[in-house]
Write a protein that binds this ligand. Sequence first.
Ligand code: SF4
Length: 428
Amino acid sequence: MTERFAPPAGGGCRTAPVLKERGQHEVFCGLTGIVWLHRKMPDAFFLVVGSRTCAHLLQSAAGVMIFAEPRFATAILEETDLAGLACAQEELDRVVAELLDRRPDIRRLFLVGSCPSEVIKLDLAKSAERLSAAHAPHVRVLNYSGSGIETTFTQGEDACLAAMVPDLPATDARELLVVGALPDVVEDQMRALLDGLGVGPVRVLPTRRADDAFGVGPNTRVILAQPFLGDTLAALRRRGAQHLAAPLPFGEEGTTLWLRTIAQAFGVSESRFDEVTSAPRARARAAVSRAAEALNGRSVFFFPDSQLEIPLARFLTRECGMRALEIGTPFLHREILTPELDLLPDGPTLSEGQDVERQLDRCRAAAPDLTVCGLGLANPLEAEGMATKWAIELVFTPVHFYEQAGDLAQLFARPLRRRALLAREHRA
Ligand code: SF4
């Protein structure tokens, strides 16, 4: 059963030229990450220090979640709050004290910075330090920026996780640390696979609870579950941890190579690897091939959005038979993405950053069967007759590892099927 995945015939995209663009870009800001992070960390609270725009974004991005007992809020700073910065700090102290008084379940409080110049002037790191001292040991207060000036939407998670790294105690234990907020059910599946391989102890950042804290040190082996965690990876490396570079666990191939990288680092035998992975691999292959019927031979164009674009293009081209025309990504982090680029068949334009009007022109000229883009571009492109997939869904939907491989392919197949049905109805 042992199978090595063949590199692409043209030698992959490691050395392919990259079109670098630095124009206007259309993406959500890093505050969006709060929507999935707050579900992952039930004892955490995210206090956005921002404007009414930030509050509206969170409410609309979180949708129905706002009606549940919320674990995020916005401390709205008006011009008047900044008559003096001392007043703004006092106001923040008051809001935090009231919040913690009302909500003793909060163990981790994140002060999340945003764009308004009033907020930028505040030193939230100092505020977090002061508030941590005031509310220790029950509550730890940390800060990061979700500002749209500094972050695209998945960078919010990176900034949040990176903020937690300096707090981790030191250890010499040989442990595997998986980094990235996965839905609980997916994390459990991953742990079951690693358990089957005999790899452990396995730590996950972020932890579900503050009390699940673990150490980091030179014997920590770090593997990323998401490609957008470059700052967190850098912070862990500064603590001595070693990175296991691997393709991301999307699709059957990505999952197998991700697990194999870990297995090799932890000395798992090939026979045990095959024993543990052969059944879920077969299930994943069957599920992907069912969904891939609608994708095979079709073309795809990615606008830069979530930083998932290159791993997803690898999955769609190698497992679903699609042809990538352009793969745009907000950042091309080579340390993380080289294993992906090695697998990606050559041919597509690789672009980093964005100049949205120019990219729209390229997209229209390329006339792809499917365009993966942000919400702001999807509706106008649909109105022009193009099939689109909202990139944000790929972050909110469980898509990692073997059991989700079929669902991942279905996410791309659905808009093509819908468009084919509409065309048929139109003709009838
Ligand atoms: S882009 Fe800036 S102002 Fe707008 S919601 Fe995000 S952080 Fe707030």
